[in-house]
Design a protein around this ligand. Structure first.
Ligand SMILES: Nc1nc2c(c(=O)[nH]1)N=C([C@H](O)[C@@H](O)CO)CN2
Length: 117
């Protein structure tokens, strides 16, 4: 299957399990890898047959910024379900990285893979 990627999508979010984390925003960095048949879009040169990565990115940003959350796992799951339910993605790999999570590490991250049922 073909793929569509969104890499390094940086979103300022209220995220974290500690009280101080709920007082402000910090960046999350998302990498999305989505199964999509790119042949209809290529054959027609029409956006309507493509997985619109711009529209999907805007929807992901709006979703993340809509409400505070504790865990980056929650973000990953909700982003996967958004792509499947609102953009008809059949399979998605979502990685959510939190660069400010661990002082001594470049970042902490989770990754999930979800398939439409
Ligand atoms: N698996 C996870 N572990 C932790 C998370 C998380 O979202 N998933 N979050 C935290 C804290 O919010 C941390 O990032 C603060 O530095 C701890 N562990």
């Amino acid at each position: 299957m073909d793929k569509v990627f969104i890499e390094g999508l940086t979103v300022d979010a209220v995220i974290g399990v500690y009280d101080w984390e709920q007082q402000g925003t910090q960046p999350l960095i998302l990498d999305l890898e989505m199964a999509w048949d790119n042949r209809p879009a290529a054959a027609s040169d029409q956006l309507e047959y493509a997985l619109d990565y711009d529209a999907l990115s805007q929807a992901v940003i709006a979703l993340i910024q809509a409400t505070p959350r504790a865990l980056i796992e929650t973000i990953a799951e909700e982003v996967a379900q958004l792509a499947i339910q609102q953009f008809a993605v059949q399979q998605i790999r979502v990685k959510v990285a939190k660069p400010q999570a661990i002082t001594a590490a470049r970042q902490a991250a989770v990754e999930i893979v979800r398939t439409a049922v």
